[in-house]
Design a protein around this ligand. Structure first.
Ligand code: ATP
Length: 448
Protein backbone atom coordinates (compact mmCIF):
# COMPACT_ATOMS: atom_id res chain seq x y z
CA UNK A 1 0.00 0.00 0.00
CA UNK A 2 1.30 3.39 -0.91
CA UNK A 3 1.25 5.94 1.89
CA UNK A 4 1.00 9.59 1.02
CA UNK A 5 2.81 12.18 3.09
CA UNK A 6 1.80 15.84 3.54
CA UNK A 7 4.48 16.94 1.08
CA UNK A 8 4.66 13.93 -1.24
CA UNK A 9 3.43 16.07 -4.16
CA UNK A 10 6.51 18.34 -3.93
CA UNK A 11 9.13 17.26 -6.44
CA UNK A 12 11.25 20.38 -6.78
CA UNK A 13 10.97 24.17 -6.82
CA UNK A 14 9.43 24.22 -10.31
CA UNK A 15 11.77 26.94 -11.65
CA UNK A 16 13.29 27.24 -15.11
CA UNK A 17 16.95 28.04 -15.78
CA UNK A 18 16.24 31.76 -15.33
CA UNK A 19 14.70 30.98 -11.93
CA UNK A 20 11.23 31.89 -13.19
CA UNK A 21 8.38 29.68 -11.91
CA UNK A 22 7.38 27.20 -14.61
CA UNK A 23 3.73 26.93 -15.69
CA UNK A 24 1.46 25.08 -13.32
CA UNK A 25 1.43 21.79 -15.25
CA UNK A 26 5.21 21.56 -15.05
CA UNK A 27 5.67 23.10 -11.61
CA UNK A 28 6.92 19.98 -9.77
CA UNK A 29 3.94 20.28 -7.44
CA UNK A 30 4.72 23.88 -6.45
CA UNK A 31 2.16 26.65 -6.67
CA UNK A 32 2.46 30.42 -6.16
CA UNK A 33 4.98 31.94 -3.68
CA UNK A 34 6.94 33.10 -6.72
CA UNK A 35 9.19 35.49 -4.80
CA UNK A 36 10.12 32.97 -2.11
CA UNK A 37 10.70 30.21 -4.66
CA UNK A 38 12.93 32.44 -6.78
CA UNK A 39 14.94 33.42 -3.71
CA UNK A 40 15.24 29.74 -2.75
CA UNK A 41 16.32 28.95 -6.33
CA UNK A 42 19.07 31.54 -6.12
CA UNK A 43 20.35 30.01 -2.90
CA UNK A 44 20.25 26.56 -4.52
CA UNK A 45 22.32 27.81 -7.41
CA UNK A 46 24.94 29.04 -4.96
CA UNK A 47 24.89 25.75 -3.04
CA UNK A 48 25.39 23.82 -6.28
CA UNK A 49 28.30 25.99 -7.25
CA UNK A 50 29.66 25.50 -3.73
CA UNK A 51 29.72 29.26 -3.30
CA UNK A 52 27.78 29.18 -0.13
CA UNK A 53 28.64 27.49 3.11
CA UNK A 54 28.19 28.60 6.62
CA UNK A 55 25.29 30.79 5.60
CA UNK A 56 21.90 30.80 7.16
CA UNK A 57 18.46 31.46 5.73
CA UNK A 58 15.31 32.14 7.68
CA UNK A 59 11.98 31.28 6.08
CA UNK A 60 9.42 33.43 7.84
CA UNK A 61 5.72 33.43 7.15
CA UNK A 62 2.28 32.51 8.41
CA UNK A 63 1.36 28.90 9.19
CA UNK A 64 0.86 26.60 6.18
CA UNK A 65 2.25 29.13 3.74
CA UNK A 66 4.66 26.59 2.25
CA UNK A 67 7.89 27.13 4.22
CA UNK A 68 8.50 23.42 4.71
CA UNK A 69 7.28 22.70 1.18
CA UNK A 70 9.84 25.13 -0.28
CA UNK A 71 12.67 23.67 1.83
CA UNK A 72 11.72 20.17 0.65
CA UNK A 73 11.54 21.43 -2.93
CA UNK A 74 15.11 22.66 -2.50
CA UNK A 75 16.17 19.26 -1.17
CA UNK A 76 14.57 17.46 -4.13
CA UNK A 77 16.34 19.73 -6.60
CA UNK A 78 19.72 19.14 -4.98
CA UNK A 79 19.70 15.47 -5.92
CA UNK A 80 20.56 12.43 -3.86
CA UNK A 81 24.27 13.18 -3.58
CA UNK A 82 23.86 16.36 -1.57
CA UNK A 83 23.00 15.69 2.07
CA UNK A 84 19.81 17.25 3.35
CA UNK A 85 18.94 16.94 7.03
CA UNK A 86 15.64 18.00 8.46
CA UNK A 87 15.04 18.43 12.16
CA UNK A 88 12.41 20.10 14.25
CA UNK A 89 14.02 22.41 16.82
CA UNK A 90 12.31 20.65 19.70
CA UNK A 91 14.14 17.41 18.81
CA UNK A 92 17.34 18.71 20.39
CA UNK A 93 15.64 18.57 23.81
CA UNK A 94 14.45 15.00 23.48
CA UNK A 95 17.73 13.35 22.51
CA UNK A 96 19.76 11.37 25.01
CA UNK A 97 22.65 13.79 24.54
CA UNK A 98 23.38 17.44 25.15
CA UNK A 99 21.62 20.04 22.99
CA UNK A 100 24.85 21.17 21.42
CA UNK A 101 25.92 17.58 20.65
CA UNK A 102 22.52 17.04 18.97
CA UNK A 103 23.06 20.16 16.86
CA UNK A 104 26.66 19.21 16.06
CA UNK A 105 25.50 15.82 14.80
CA UNK A 106 22.80 17.49 12.69
CA UNK A 107 25.48 19.81 11.23
CA UNK A 108 27.79 16.93 10.39
CA UNK A 109 24.97 14.87 8.88
CA UNK A 110 24.55 17.77 6.45
CA UNK A 111 28.11 17.73 5.12
CA UNK A 112 29.01 15.13 2.54
CA UNK A 113 32.43 13.79 1.63
CA UNK A 114 32.59 12.55 -1.94
CA UNK A 115 35.25 9.87 -2.09
CA UNK A 116 36.60 8.80 -5.46
CA UNK A 117 37.94 5.39 -6.32
CA UNK A 118 39.16 4.06 -9.66
CA UNK A 119 38.51 0.50 -10.89
CA UNK A 120 38.41 -1.45 -14.15
CA UNK A 121 35.16 -1.75 -16.07
CA UNK A 122 33.97 -5.32 -16.14
CA UNK A 123 31.54 -7.07 -18.36
CA UNK A 124 27.88 -6.78 -17.53
CA UNK A 125 28.20 -3.42 -15.81
CA UNK A 126 26.26 -0.23 -16.22
CA UNK A 127 28.35 2.31 -18.02
CA UNK A 128 27.89 5.97 -18.60
CA UNK A 129 29.46 7.54 -21.60
CA UNK A 130 30.53 11.06 -21.02
CA UNK A 131 31.93 13.49 -23.51
CA UNK A 132 33.41 16.68 -22.29
CA UNK A 133 33.08 19.19 -25.07
CA UNK A 134 35.73 21.52 -23.82
CA UNK A 135 35.32 23.88 -26.75
CA UNK A 136 31.73 24.72 -25.97
CA UNK A 137 32.11 24.07 -22.30
CA UNK A 138 29.09 21.78 -22.44
CA UNK A 139 29.11 18.31 -21.08
CA UNK A 140 27.15 15.57 -22.77
CA UNK A 141 26.26 12.40 -21.00
CA UNK A 142 24.61 9.29 -22.31
CA UNK A 143 23.96 6.20 -20.27
CA UNK A 144 23.56 2.60 -21.12
CA UNK A 145 23.71 -0.72 -19.40
CA UNK A 146 25.92 -3.25 -21.03
CA UNK A 147 24.25 -6.57 -20.52
CA UNK A 148 26.71 -9.46 -20.49
CA UNK A 149 28.53 -8.43 -23.61
CA UNK A 150 32.12 -9.18 -24.36
CA UNK A 151 34.52 -6.31 -23.91
CA UNK A 152 35.04 -5.90 -27.63
CA UNK A 153 31.37 -5.10 -28.16
CA UNK A 154 31.55 -2.71 -25.25
CA UNK A 155 34.40 -0.84 -26.96
CA UNK A 156 32.57 -0.90 -30.22
CA UNK A 157 29.34 0.39 -28.73
CA UNK A 158 31.19 3.01 -26.76
CA UNK A 159 32.88 4.37 -29.86
CA UNK A 160 29.64 4.43 -31.82
CA UNK A 161 27.85 6.07 -29.00
CA UNK A 162 30.44 8.75 -28.53
CA UNK A 163 30.35 9.40 -32.23
CA UNK A 164 26.59 9.62 -32.32
CA UNK A 165 26.39 11.69 -29.17
CA UNK A 166 28.60 14.35 -30.63
CA UNK A 167 26.37 14.59 -33.70
CA UNK A 168 22.94 14.24 -32.12
CA UNK A 169 21.37 16.68 -29.77
CA UNK A 170 21.58 14.61 -26.62
CA UNK A 171 21.72 16.51 -23.39
CA UNK A 172 22.68 15.49 -19.91
CA UNK A 173 19.91 13.49 -18.30
CA UNK A 174 18.52 12.11 -21.56
CA UNK A 175 17.97 8.40 -21.61
CA UNK A 176 18.99 6.87 -24.89
CA UNK A 177 19.34 3.51 -26.53
CA UNK A 178 21.64 2.65 -29.36
CA UNK A 179 21.11 0.34 -32.27
CA UNK A 180 23.95 -2.12 -32.11
CA UNK A 181 24.37 -2.55 -35.85
CA UNK A 182 23.91 0.98 -37.16
CA UNK A 183 25.00 2.92 -34.09
CA UNK A 184 21.84 5.01 -34.42
CA UNK A 185 20.65 6.76 -31.29
CA UNK A 186 17.03 6.62 -30.11
CA UNK A 187 15.90 9.01 -27.45
CA UNK A 188 13.80 7.28 -24.88
CA UNK A 189 12.83 10.36 -22.94
CA UNK A 190 14.23 11.86 -19.80
CA UNK A 191 13.22 9.25 -17.33
CA UNK A 192 13.56 5.52 -16.89
CA UNK A 193 12.36 3.64 -19.94
CA UNK A 194 13.17 0.06 -20.73
CA UNK A 195 14.59 -0.35 -24.20
CA UNK A 196 14.52 -3.60 -26.10
CA UNK A 197 18.22 -4.19 -25.87
CA UNK A 198 19.47 -2.20 -22.97
CA UNK A 199 18.38 -0.76 -19.68
CA UNK A 200 19.45 2.78 -20.08
CA UNK A 201 19.50 3.81 -16.49
CA UNK A 202 21.29 3.96 -13.18
CA UNK A 203 24.79 4.46 -14.46
CA UNK A 204 27.62 4.63 -12.01
CA UNK A 205 30.48 3.85 -14.31
CA UNK A 206 32.05 6.04 -16.92
CA UNK A 207 33.52 5.69 -20.32
CA UNK A 208 35.63 8.72 -20.85
CA UNK A 209 36.87 9.86 -24.19
CA UNK A 210 40.38 11.17 -23.85
CA UNK A 211 41.62 14.13 -25.96
CA UNK A 212 43.29 11.67 -28.32
CA UNK A 213 39.92 10.03 -28.96
CA UNK A 214 40.58 6.69 -27.32
CA UNK A 215 38.24 5.30 -24.72
CA UNK A 216 39.48 4.61 -21.25
CA UNK A 217 37.99 1.60 -19.63
CA UNK A 218 38.68 2.70 -16.12
CA UNK A 219 35.73 3.74 -14.13
CA UNK A 220 35.58 6.14 -11.31
CA UNK A 221 33.36 4.96 -8.48
CA UNK A 222 32.14 7.75 -6.29
CA UNK A 223 30.70 7.24 -2.83
CA UNK A 224 29.30 10.05 -0.80
CA UNK A 225 29.19 9.67 2.94
CA UNK A 226 28.49 12.30 5.55
CA UNK A 227 30.95 13.54 8.14
CA UNK A 228 28.60 12.18 10.80
CA UNK A 229 28.75 8.71 9.27
CA UNK A 230 32.55 8.84 9.31
CA UNK A 231 32.41 9.99 12.96
CA UNK A 232 30.14 7.12 13.97
CA UNK A 233 32.04 4.44 12.08
CA UNK A 234 35.22 5.50 13.84
CA UNK A 235 33.82 6.08 17.27
CA UNK A 236 32.21 2.77 18.07
CA UNK A 237 33.44 -0.76 18.37
CA UNK A 238 30.50 -1.99 16.32
CA UNK A 239 31.38 0.53 13.60
CA UNK A 240 28.77 1.24 10.95
CA UNK A 241 26.17 -0.96 12.67
CA UNK A 242 25.62 1.91 15.09
CA UNK A 243 24.24 3.85 12.12
CA UNK A 244 21.45 1.30 11.71
CA UNK A 245 20.73 1.11 15.42
CA UNK A 246 20.54 4.91 15.52
CA UNK A 247 22.25 4.76 18.90
CA UNK A 248 25.22 6.92 18.06
CA UNK A 249 25.76 8.47 21.48
CA UNK A 250 28.03 11.45 22.06
CA UNK A 251 31.16 11.66 19.98
CA UNK A 252 34.41 12.99 21.42
CA UNK A 253 35.63 16.32 20.04
CA UNK A 254 39.18 14.88 19.67
CA UNK A 255 37.86 12.18 17.34
CA UNK A 256 36.06 14.79 15.25
CA UNK A 257 39.26 16.83 15.02
CA UNK A 258 41.16 13.75 13.82
CA UNK A 259 38.52 13.02 11.19
CA UNK A 260 38.52 16.61 9.97
CA UNK A 261 42.28 16.52 9.50
CA UNK A 262 42.08 13.14 7.71
CA UNK A 263 39.40 14.49 5.36
CA UNK A 264 41.46 17.57 4.61
CA UNK A 265 44.41 15.27 3.80
CA UNK A 266 42.22 13.36 1.32
CA UNK A 267 41.13 16.64 -0.20
CA UNK A 268 44.71 17.73 -0.73
CA UNK A 269 45.53 14.40 -2.36
CA UNK A 270 42.52 14.80 -4.67
CA UNK A 271 40.86 11.68 -3.27
CA UNK A 272 37.87 13.43 -1.81
CA UNK A 273 35.85 16.57 -2.04
CA UNK A 274 33.49 18.23 0.36
CA UNK A 275 29.82 18.50 -0.55
CA UNK A 276 28.23 21.12 1.68
CA UNK A 277 24.62 20.14 2.16
CA UNK A 278 21.60 21.67 3.79
CA UNK A 279 20.37 21.55 7.38
CA UNK A 280 16.71 22.49 7.76
CA UNK A 281 15.59 23.47 11.27
CA UNK A 282 11.82 23.74 11.49
CA UNK A 283 10.08 25.70 14.29
CA UNK A 284 13.39 27.39 15.03
CA UNK A 285 11.84 29.63 17.72
CA UNK A 286 11.82 26.49 19.91
CA UNK A 287 15.62 26.67 20.25
CA UNK A 288 16.96 28.48 23.31
CA UNK A 289 19.66 31.09 23.75
CA UNK A 290 22.38 28.44 24.30
CA UNK A 291 21.50 26.75 21.02
CA UNK A 292 21.45 30.09 19.22
CA UNK A 293 24.88 31.05 20.48
CA UNK A 294 26.14 27.60 19.43
CA UNK A 295 24.63 28.16 15.95
CA UNK A 296 26.34 31.53 15.66
CA UNK A 297 29.72 29.93 16.33
CA UNK A 298 29.11 26.75 14.30
CA UNK A 299 28.20 28.77 11.21
CA UNK A 300 31.64 30.33 11.27
CA UNK A 301 33.49 27.04 11.01
CA UNK A 302 35.08 26.03 7.74
CA UNK A 303 32.97 22.89 7.37
CA UNK A 304 29.50 24.32 7.77
CA UNK A 305 26.40 23.46 5.73
CA UNK A 306 23.77 25.87 4.52
CA UNK A 307 21.34 26.24 7.42
CA UNK A 308 17.70 26.94 6.59
CA UNK A 309 15.51 27.83 9.55
CA UNK A 310 11.74 28.25 9.50
CA UNK A 311 9.43 30.03 11.86
CA UNK A 312 5.80 31.15 11.80
CA UNK A 313 6.19 33.44 14.82
CA UNK A 314 6.17 37.24 14.75
CA UNK A 315 7.57 38.95 17.85
CA UNK A 316 8.33 36.15 20.27
CA UNK A 317 10.30 35.59 23.45
CA UNK A 318 13.79 34.17 22.93
CA UNK A 319 13.70 30.93 24.89
CA UNK A 320 15.94 31.04 27.96
CA UNK A 321 15.70 34.85 28.23
CA UNK A 322 13.03 37.38 29.05
CA UNK A 323 13.62 39.35 25.84
CA UNK A 324 11.38 39.49 22.84
CA UNK A 325 12.73 39.56 19.33
CA UNK A 326 11.42 39.04 15.75
CA UNK A 327 10.71 35.31 15.17
CA UNK A 328 12.18 34.54 18.63
CA UNK A 329 15.74 34.76 17.23
CA UNK A 330 18.44 36.82 18.98
CA UNK A 331 19.25 39.93 16.95
CA UNK A 332 22.90 38.99 16.35
CA UNK A 333 21.80 35.76 14.68
CA UNK A 334 18.98 37.55 12.87
CA UNK A 335 21.54 39.97 11.51
CA UNK A 336 23.55 37.25 9.80
CA UNK A 337 20.65 35.38 8.16
CA UNK A 338 19.06 36.03 4.79
CA UNK A 339 15.33 36.25 5.40
CA UNK A 340 12.90 34.82 2.84
CA UNK A 341 9.26 35.59 3.51
CA UNK A 342 6.25 33.59 2.41
CA UNK A 343 2.89 35.30 2.01
CA UNK A 344 -0.69 34.19 2.57
CA UNK A 345 -2.18 32.46 -0.45
CA UNK A 346 -4.67 33.90 -2.91
CA UNK A 347 -7.78 31.74 -3.57
CA UNK A 348 -6.48 30.69 -7.04
CA UNK A 349 -3.29 29.30 -5.48
CA UNK A 350 -5.22 27.47 -2.79
CA UNK A 351 -7.48 25.97 -5.44
CA UNK A 352 -4.47 24.72 -7.38
CA UNK A 353 -2.84 23.22 -4.27
CA UNK A 354 -6.10 21.44 -3.45
CA UNK A 355 -6.28 20.09 -7.01
CA UNK A 356 -2.69 18.84 -6.82
CA UNK A 357 -3.38 17.13 -3.50
CA UNK A 358 -6.55 15.51 -4.91
CA UNK A 359 -4.52 14.03 -7.76
CA UNK A 360 -1.91 12.85 -5.25
CA UNK A 361 -4.58 11.26 -3.05
CA UNK A 362 -6.51 9.88 -6.01
CA UNK A 363 -9.64 11.78 -5.03
CA UNK A 364 -12.13 13.48 -7.35
CA UNK A 365 -14.04 16.59 -6.25
CA UNK A 366 -17.07 18.03 -7.99
CA UNK A 367 -16.69 21.62 -9.16
CA UNK A 368 -18.85 22.90 -6.28
CA UNK A 369 -16.92 20.84 -3.74
CA UNK A 370 -13.66 22.35 -4.99
CA UNK A 371 -15.10 25.86 -4.58
CA UNK A 372 -16.37 25.11 -1.09
CA UNK A 373 -13.09 23.51 0.01
CA UNK A 374 -11.18 26.54 -1.32
CA UNK A 375 -13.31 28.93 0.67
CA UNK A 376 -13.00 26.67 3.72
CA UNK A 377 -9.21 26.88 3.37
CA UNK A 378 -9.45 30.69 3.20
CA UNK A 379 -11.57 30.95 6.33
CA UNK A 380 -9.79 28.20 8.31
CA UNK A 381 -6.31 27.05 7.25
CA UNK A 382 -4.92 25.39 4.14
CA UNK A 383 -3.76 22.44 6.20
CA UNK A 384 -7.24 21.88 7.62
CA UNK A 385 -8.72 21.90 4.12
CA UNK A 386 -6.05 19.49 2.85
CA UNK A 387 -6.77 17.18 5.80
CA UNK A 388 -10.45 17.07 4.87
CA UNK A 389 -9.75 15.65 1.39
CA UNK A 390 -9.10 12.08 2.50
CA UNK A 391 -11.86 12.18 5.15
CA UNK A 392 -14.37 13.41 2.57
CA UNK A 393 -13.31 10.65 0.21
CA UNK A 394 -14.14 8.04 2.84
CA UNK A 395 -17.52 9.74 3.39
CA UNK A 396 -18.19 9.74 -0.36
CA UNK A 397 -17.35 6.06 -0.70
CA UNK A 398 -19.52 5.22 2.29
CA UNK A 399 -22.60 6.79 0.73
CA UNK A 400 -21.67 5.06 -2.56
CA UNK A 401 -21.42 8.30 -4.50
CA UNK A 402 -21.10 7.70 -8.27
CA UNK A 403 -17.43 7.14 -9.14
CA UNK A 404 -16.46 7.90 -5.53
CA UNK A 405 -16.81 11.61 -6.39
CA UNK A 406 -16.60 13.92 -3.35
CA UNK A 407 -19.44 16.43 -3.21
CA UNK A 408 -20.39 19.35 -0.99
CA UNK A 409 -22.38 17.11 1.39
CA UNK A 410 -19.29 14.99 2.14
CA UNK A 411 -17.30 18.10 2.98
CA UNK A 412 -20.14 19.45 5.09
CA UNK A 413 -20.28 16.20 7.04
CA UNK A 414 -16.52 16.22 7.70
CA UNK A 415 -16.63 19.91 8.63
CA UNK A 416 -19.10 19.10 11.41
CA UNK A 417 -17.10 16.06 12.54
CA UNK A 418 -13.73 17.76 12.80
CA UNK A 419 -13.01 21.14 14.34
CA UNK A 420 -10.52 23.50 12.79
CA UNK A 421 -8.17 25.52 14.93
CA UNK A 422 -10.48 28.57 15.24
CA UNK A 423 -13.51 26.55 16.29
CA UNK A 424 -11.42 24.57 18.75
CA UNK A 425 -10.27 27.80 20.43
CA UNK A 426 -13.88 28.95 20.55
CA UNK A 427 -15.05 25.64 22.02
CA UNK A 428 -12.45 25.68 24.76
CA UNK A 429 -13.08 29.40 25.39
CA UNK A 430 -16.79 28.80 25.96
CA UNK A 431 -15.84 26.58 28.88
CA UNK A 432 -18.27 23.94 27.65
CA UNK A 433 -15.62 21.35 27.24
CA UNK A 434 -15.16 20.45 30.89
CA UNK A 435 -11.39 20.61 30.39
CA UNK A 436 -8.98 21.95 32.98
CA UNK A 437 -7.48 25.32 32.00
CA UNK A 438 -3.82 26.25 32.44
CA UNK A 439 -4.41 28.22 35.67
CA UNK A 440 -6.64 25.63 37.24
CA UNK A 441 -4.06 22.96 36.45
CA UNK A 442 -1.36 25.00 38.16
CA UNK A 443 -3.37 25.55 41.33
CA UNK A 444 -4.28 21.88 41.39
CA UNK A 445 -0.57 21.01 41.31
CA UNK A 446 0.13 23.42 44.13
CA UNK A 447 -2.67 21.92 46.23
CA UNK A 448 -1.21 18.47 45.69
P1 ATP B 1 3.97 25.89 9.52
O1 ATP B 1 4.46 27.26 9.81
O2 ATP B 1 2.63 25.65 10.16
O3 ATP B 1 4.97 24.80 9.78
P2 ATP B 1 4.53 25.81 6.64
O4 ATP B 1 4.66 27.22 6.15
O5 ATP B 1 5.77 25.03 6.83
O6 ATP B 1 3.61 25.81 7.93
P3 ATP B 1 3.72 23.72 4.83
O7 ATP B 1 3.73 22.59 5.82
O8 ATP B 1 4.85 23.80 3.88
O9 ATP B 1 3.56 25.08 5.59
O10 ATP B 1 2.35 23.71 3.98
C1 ATP B 1 1.12 23.09 4.37
C2 ATP B 1 0.64 22.13 3.29
O11 ATP B 1 0.39 22.82 2.06
C3 ATP B 1 1.66 21.05 2.95
O12 ATP B 1 0.96 19.87 2.62
C4 ATP B 1 2.37 21.63 1.74
O13 ATP B 1 2.97 20.61 0.98
C5 ATP B 1 1.24 22.36 1.02
N1 ATP B 1 1.78 23.55 0.33
C6 ATP B 1 2.06 24.73 0.92
N2 ATP B 1 2.51 25.62 0.03
C7 ATP B 1 2.52 25.00 -1.16
C8 ATP B 1 2.86 25.42 -2.48
N3 ATP B 1 3.32 26.64 -2.72
N4 ATP B 1 2.72 24.53 -3.47
C9 ATP B 1 2.24 23.29 -3.22
N5 ATP B 1 1.91 22.85 -2.01
C10 ATP B 1 2.02 23.67 -0.98
Amino acid sequence: MERIGAHSHIRGLGLNALLEPRPHADSEGMVGQAKARKAAGLILKMVRESKIAGRAILMAGPPSSGKTAIALGMAQSLGPDVPFTMISASEVYSLSMSKTEGLTQAFRRSIGVRIKEETEIIEGEVVEIQIDRSLTGAQTTGRLTIKTLDMETVYDLGTKMIDALSKEKVIAGDVISIDRASGKINKLGRSYTRSRDYDATGADTRFVQTPSGEIQTRKEVVHTVTLHEIDVINSRTQGFLALFAGDTGEIKPELRAQIDSKVSEWREEGKAEIVPGVLFIDEVHMLDIECFSFLNRALEQELAPLVIMASNRGMARIRGTKYKSPHGLPVDLLDRVLIITTAKYEPEDIEKIIQIRCTEEDTKLTHEALNILTSMAMSTTLRYALNLISCAQVAALKRKSPGGMVDVEDLRKCYTFFLDEKRSVQWVGEGTAGLIGEHEEESQHRME
